[in-house]
Ligand binder design. Structure first.
Ligand code: PMP
Ligand code: GLN
Length: 379
């Protein structure tokens, strides 16, 4: 059969997790929490399943969850959006990204993505008939050169995808980034997809700068988030998209034919969680900052150079003092010989730079992080 995605293989996350399991290694590769979702959230899910809430929800989402997400946005960002008209519940941020891309990209359109880029963007762009234009950011700062972005824009450019806090670099965009982004979007009449799945995980008092908070950005934006990251429930595959009304109309036309609706009991449980336990979201940054610090401290005596982690649950390590291997070979060596699985950064690039950098996920129990660090310190 002719492949529509001839370049695409098995995702690095599936590959590394399988390899970690095969070798009994500590899995700091695929990004998912080792700890469980909150008890209250789990008990509400059981409650709604038991109560018989097991049929389709409205396509755009259960109204109580739309309302709770609108309240969360109001509380966190002092921005007022309509749950009913602007928030669509999706089956994970992955579905929201896919749908947003299908809604705006047509044959021949170009979309600017920043490498290292999350792996689901490009296939979605290609399936829509578009082309991803990659701009590479490099270690250790992963700074966007906005002049380079400006130079990449042409009459076919339709949109820019940003991700802040950023997976895998763990960097956050700063006010000057958003200013320059805004100027380019306005000047060239482009749309924005803002992947904010780690919006509630920023460190050292750094604010998350959401595209929701600037009207001139939000009027052109699909803002996408994930309950999986916020509520330690990646396996539930629940997320949402917030967008201006007319863009939401177009988004929903596609969403209704991708999944129609998302898992009803989880939507009801998440609405209750947001209403009854607002502190969970407020405490998330502190919770993960403590984990980051445990890992950073435990690696202090290693020969790795640790890059700053400003948000997300990832930490980048530069291993150029340790090995000449390329990062894919180094990760294979780590999993087979050292007993720790990590992700090589080069797989997030179209054209990988020479950086010798790997990604560790620290959404793990402290003792797991300490044991992994102990192994890595032996190198
Ligand atoms: N975007 C980024 C940057 C991510 O890291 C992830 C999760 N790994 C997603 C999107 C997808 O989120 P979800 O699991 O809710 O589909
Ligand atoms: N987002 C997770 C990561 O970056 C993995 C998601 C997936 O496995 N598709 O590791």
């Amino acid at each position: 059969m002719k492949s529509k995605l001839p370049q695409v293989g098995i995702s690095i996350f599936s590959q590394m997790t399988a390899l970690a399991n095969e070798h009994g290694a500590i899995n700091l590769s695929q990004g998912f929490p080792e700890f469980d979702a909150p008890d209250y959230l789990k008990s509400q899910l059981s409650h709604y399943v038991g109560e018989g809430q097991n049929q389709y929800s409205p396509s755009a989402g259960v109204p109580s969850l739309q309302a709770q997400v609108a309240a969360l946005i109001e509380r966190r960002y002092q921005v007022s959006v309509s749950g009913q008209e602007q928030i669509t519940v999706t089956s994970g941020a992955t579905e929201a990204l896919f749908v947003a891309i299908q809604a705006i990209v047509s044959e021949g359109d170009e979309v600017i993505v920043f490498d290292p880029a999350y792996d689901s963007y490009e296939p979605a762009i290609e399936l829509a008939g578009g082309k991803a234009v990659h701009i590479a950011l490099t270690a250790p700062h992963y700074q966007i050169d906005w002049q380079q972005v400006a130079a990449s824009i042409n009459p076919n450019t339709r949109a820019i995808i940003i991700n802040t806090p950023h997976n895998p670099s763990a960097k956050t965009l700063k006010p000057s980034d958003l200013e320059q982004l805004k100027q380019l979007l306005n000047q060239h009449d482009l749309l924005l997809i803002s992947d904010e799945v780690y919006e509630h995980i920023t460190f050292d008092g750094l604010p998350h700068l959401s595209a929701l908070t600037d009207p001139a950005l939000f009027e052109r934006a699909f803002v996408i988030s994930s309950f999986g990251k916020t509520f330690h429930s990646t396996g539930w595959k629940m997320g949402y998209c917030v967008a201006p009304k007319q863009m939401t109309v177009e988004f929903r036309k596609i969403h209704q034919y991708v999944t129609f609706s998302s898992f009803t009991p989880a939507q009801l449980a998440l609405a209750d969680m947001l209403a009854e336990h607002p502190e969970h979201v407020d405490e998330l940054s502190g919770f993960y900052q403590q984990k980051r610090d445990v890992l950073v401290k435990a690696l202090a005596s290693s020969r790795f150079t640790l890059l700053p982690s400003e948000g997300t649950y990832f930490l980048l390590l530069d291993y150029s003092e340790i090995s000449e291997l390329d990062d894919v070979a180094f990760c294979r060596y780590l999993v087979e010989e050292v007993g720790v699985a990590a992700v090589p950064l080069s797989v997030f690039y179209q054209q990988a730079p020479k950086d010798k950098v790997i990604r560790l996920c620290f959404a793990k129990e402290n003792q797991t992080l300490e044991e992994a660090a102990k192994r890595l310190c032996q190198l």
